[in-house]
Design a protein around this ligand. Structure first.
Ligand SMILES: O=C[C@H](O)[C@H](O)COP(=O)(O)O
Ligand SMILES: C=C(OP(=O)(O)O)C(=O)O
Length: 361
């Protein structure tokens, strides 16, 4: 650890490395950079309709234990290789959490899980973990909550989300317009899809906005627009993964002149936060994909080494393998769902290769 633990008093400002200093301290090595570049290309090809594979964003709701994250990534890497013809698997390595009201806000903000808020250490620990996962060959996804954090992590991320609580935020839309990786905008917490469609339109256009520069000063960034901003259907007060809801969302994208490509989140509003329902959602999506639905470009799954969740208790170290935010499905079920989705992609592929008359039978 290179940054001293600073005393905290109201109004005290802790020192922070600049993005350039942190990137020098923890550089993105050649292997990690190649992982990021290949995964971004793979995801882009899916979003742009040049690949019939399926993007799968799978992993813990939040990372709270780096050893467990490495362990999970090692297991997932086998399946990424096994299903590489069908699936572009990217691990959820979410380091920030947006909360409905209060709660732990993620490893970047509170790495020691005790409310001490040591963000300088969180950035070092988080960057180091992401570099290591990429160096293993596992590309990673993250949700951007604090826009400034992207100046520290952007080179290590293959996909990022703008979540249901921030899709309407102009600052997040502007940021997305200048990011170098595909960005998924989630529908609003109540289920509003139009807010995400508006966000995608905004992020695909150039903006000029305030951004943290490599050497720590604020600058005006002139973005060119992000051509790979897309929609993530995560449900709301009711699920929206069913064929009718997805067709309605595709129509909203079409009306806005946007590509009809959807990532569907099996968790959150689509599972009504009951992790056991994620397998039903995935089974339904697999059936839609097998039946030829080409608009489904990706699926998100909240998964950990062990099923369920735990509450954080002061002074008690949490179990490493169990989520401390949303409940996740466990490892065995995760592997089974990846198999199911890979077979659905094969079925969609063989269907699309059939002559039209035969396919209509
Ligand atoms: O994905 C995680 C949660 O759904 C999100 O951070 C909100 O959590 P909360 O409603 O428990 O605060
Ligand atoms: C917070 C998340 O999702 P949402 O924005 O859909 O609630 C998440 O994916 O971790």
């Amino acid at each position: 650890m290179t940054v001293d633990v600073a005393p905290r008093a109201p109004g005290f400002v802790s020192e922070l490395l600049t993005p350039a200093q942190l990137k020098r301290l923890i550089p993105c090595g050649a292997t990690a950079a190649a992982t990021v570049q290949q995964a971004r290309q793979g995801v882009r090809a899916i979003l742009q309709g040049r690949s019939d594979r399926l993007l799968v964003l799978i992993g813990p709701c939040s990372i709270h234990d780096c050893m467990a994250a490495r362990h999970y990534a090692r297991r997932l890497l086998h399946l990424r290789e096994q299903w590489g013809q069908e699936l572009e698997i990217v691990m959820r390595a979410y380091l920030e959490k947006p909360r409905t009201a209060l709660g732990w806000t993620g490893l970047l903000n509170d790495p020691f899980l005790d409310g001490s808020g040591l963000i300088a250490q969180g950035l070092e620990i988080g960057r180091s973990l992401l570099e290591e996962l990429n160096a293993m060959g596992m590309p990673v996804a993250h949700e951007v909550v604090a826009p400034a954090s992207m100046s520290y992590l952007d080179d290590l991320l293959s996909w990022v989300a703008i979540g249901a609580r921030t899709s309407a935020s102009p600052v997040h839309r502007q940021l997305a317009s200048g990011l170098g990786m595909p960005v998924g905008f989630k529908n609003g917490v109540e289920g509003q899809v139009q807010v995400a469609v508006d966000a995608i339109q905004s992020a695909r256009h150039p903006h000029s906005f305030l951004a943290l520069q490599p050497h720590g000063q604020l600058g005006v960034y002139h973005s060119t627009g992000n051509p790979d901003a897309h929609l993530v259907m995560r449900g709301g007060t009711r699920p929206n993964y069913d064929a009718d809801s997805l067709a309605a969302a595709a129509a909203q994208l079409r009306a806005a002149g946007l590509p009809e490509v959807l990532v569907v989140d099996a968790s959150h509003g689509n599972s009504q936060k009951d992790h056991r329902r994620q397998s039903f959602v995935c089974a339904d999506l697999a059936a839609q994909i097998s039946a030829g639905n080409a608009a489904i470009g990706g699926v998100m799954i909240e998964s950990h080494l062990a099923a369920g969740r735990q509450d954080l208790k002061p002074g008690v170290p949490p179990a490493p393998e169990l989520s401390i935010t949303d409940a996740c499905i466990g490892w065995e079920e995760s592997a089974e769902l990846l198999r199911l989705l890979a077979h659905a992609v094969r079925a969609r592929r063989s269907r699309s290769r059939q002559p039209a008359a035969e396919a209509a039978c």
